[in-house]
Design a protein around this ligand. Structure first.
Ligand SMILES: Cc1cc2nc3c(=O)[nH]c(=O)nc-3n(C[C@H](O)[C@H](O)[C@H](O)COP(=O)(O)OP(=O)(O)OC[C@H]3O[C@@H](n4cnc5c(N)ncnc54)[C@H](O)[C@@H]3O)c2cc1C
Length: 476
């Protein structure tokens, strides 16, 4: 398509468009285990106007666009063969730090932690810290995915902290949400203004309904102090009961439970609880006391919390298990097809033993060298986000097949009883969307109304697929 590439170049400039195979191969997959198709073109716009022109062109020629933040998701993005990848990395500016109104406005390609670093120079931070991918993920991708962030026990999910969005719709119209929509008073100060919560339509939609081109997020002063606790328990039930007690009293900023995988170095027990508290000094002391009392009333044994502190301040997951990063991330190449989602806190007492039993009875684990990296839980204010992370040797084709089968079987096990996943993208869609019934039908109707030509991320969330196709078949 010689003409198409010329038109793409005329929109974004020749230096920001490529159809070279070497470039296209780099945009096939996210961090998930399954490569998508090889895209036909890579374009890297620098402005909302360029995105509008690209969307109009895609509609005209009937070529899908796939939106690319930094592709740090783990669940298979679903890039379509021959599509145009619209990479947002060049739109990475912080547009405004509005201290007075307590919001920061960024372009979608800004890296999450880079924004927090700039805010940090002013003693400020975003009101949600970002997830484990904060050093590489973008603000737009994280909002579109509605990532499960650190600090979720107090702060909730990423989307809760969005004040307003600018979005390019699949027909090229540019909208703003909430109070930002009023052309005569365009202040991004309140999401719940000017009618229904339209920002919510694009949060978690993974780019199927619109392209987020600006994000206004809440900011605040960095809390006065951070405190850390670490407890070991002899049973899963004791640990879960302790968490429920802390949740009921809003005792912690971040509760992380470790229920599987390697136990923390040098600590005995069956379940472990990492506790992080951020607050002013007096309230932090009270919350520490609540957490200690609750854990110890459920026979929790206090441990050295230096690993907890290092996890939180150095952002290395390995420290949750008292392990330095080099040991934890060694013995590559291993790959992680995770299954993750929200379950009621008390359901962990059944869900964790069930998954443990499934793994113990699955001879395939030993046959292809699979391991369990962790069964870790980020506790939200009222529930649990369980991550079942299995690892398989990435270079072994048979292990890859088993890894995907294990992901499917654990998904069926959990989604069928207790679990609803967070970010879905394409890989998990076949296991969850059919369970949503009329809600999935509504999503399809919204997709058809906003994007009748299926230009944006077709197949993601199982939306925009040809009418006669089976969701499961399409994603294979
Ligand atoms: C080391 C590591 C740790 C991680 N820890 C966590 C964690 O703790 N919690 C968690 O939830 N996730 C975690 N992740 C997954 C991932 O980092 C996050 O979900 C991340 O926020 C995705 O951002 P991204 O910019 O890479 O988005 P991408 O993966 O590029 O995009 C995600 C989805 O949004 C779409 N999209 C991208 N940009 C836009 C846009 N501007 N407008 C509309 N749609 C768009 C994409 O098409 C895709 O469907 C982790 C990843 C890594 C590598």
């Amino acid at each position: 398509m010689a003409e198409l590439i010329e038109r793409l170049r005329s929109i974004c400039g020749p230096e920001h468009v490529s159809d070279a195979l070497a470039d296209r191969m780099c945009y096939r997959r996210d961090c998930g285990p399954t490569p998508g198709g090889v895209p036909g073109y890579i374009v890297r716009p620098e402005s909302t106007d360029e995105i509008v022109a690209l969307v109009k062109l895609a509609n005209e020629v009937g070529k899908p666009l796939f939106l690319w933040g930094r592709a740090t998701t783990f669940v298979d993005a679903g890039v379509k063969e021959g599509c145009i990848v619209l990479a947002l990395d060049l739109m990475n500016r912080i547009l405004k730090i509005d201290v007075e109104n307590q919001v920061v406005i960024t372009e979608p390609g800004a890296i999450w932690h880079a924004v927090d670093s700039e805010l940090g120079k002013l003693g400020l931070e975003m009101t949600v810290p970002g997830g484990g991918g904060m050093f590489s993920c973008t603000v737009g991708g994280t909002v579109a995915f509605n990532a499960v962030p650190h600090g979720i026990s107090e702060y909730g999910v990423t989307g809760n902290h969005v004040v307003a969005l600018e979005v390019v719709l699949p027909d090229g119209a540019v909208i703003r949400t909430g109070s930002w929509a009023n052309a005569d008073a365009p202040f991004p100060i309140e999401r719940g203004a000017n009618g229904p919560d339209l920002a919510g339509l694009f949060i978690g939609a993974c780019g199927t309904l619109g392209i987020i081109t600006q994000v206004a997020l809440r900011i605040r002063r960095i809390p006065e102090c951070e405190r850390f606790l670490f407890y070991a328990f002899d049973t899963i039930d004791q640990c879960v009961d302790a968490v429920a007690g802390i949740q009921h009293q809003n005792g912690a900023t971040f509760l992380i439970g470790l229920f599987g995988g390697p136990p923390p170095t040098g600590v005995g027990g069956k379940a472990f609880l990492q506790i992080i508290i951020r607050d002013h000094e007096a309230r932090a002391a009270e919350r520490m006391q609540i957490c200690r009392a609750v854990c110890e009333s459920f026979a929790g044994r206090p441990q050295n919390s230096e690993g907890t502190r290092r996890y939180w301040t150095e952002h290395m997951y390995s420290w949750l298990r008292n392990t330095p990063p080099d040991a934890y991330y060694g013995s590559r190449p291993y790959y992680c097809p995770e299954v993750a989602g929200f379950v009621p806190t008390q359901a962990l007492k059944q869900a964790i033993p069930l998954v443990q039993q499934y793994i113990a009875n699955n001879a395939e684990f030993a046959r292809v060298g699979m391991r369990v990296k962790g069964m870790d839980v980020y506790f939200s204010p009222n529930a649990a986000f369980l991550w079942v992370d299995t690892l398989y040797p990435e270079m072994d084709r048979e292990a890859w097949r088993v890894g995907l089968r294990v992901r499917a079987e654990i998904s069926e096990l959990l989604f069928g009883r207790w679990m609803s996943p967070g970010g879905i993208v394409a890989g998990i869609a076949p296991y969850i969307m059919p369970r949503l019934g009329p809600t999935y039908e509504l999503m399809k109707r919204l997709k058809a109304a906003l994007d009748p030509r299926n230009i944006l991320n077709p197949g993601v969330l199982g939306l925009g697929l040809p009418a006669d196709s089976q969701l499961l078949e399409q994603s294979r």
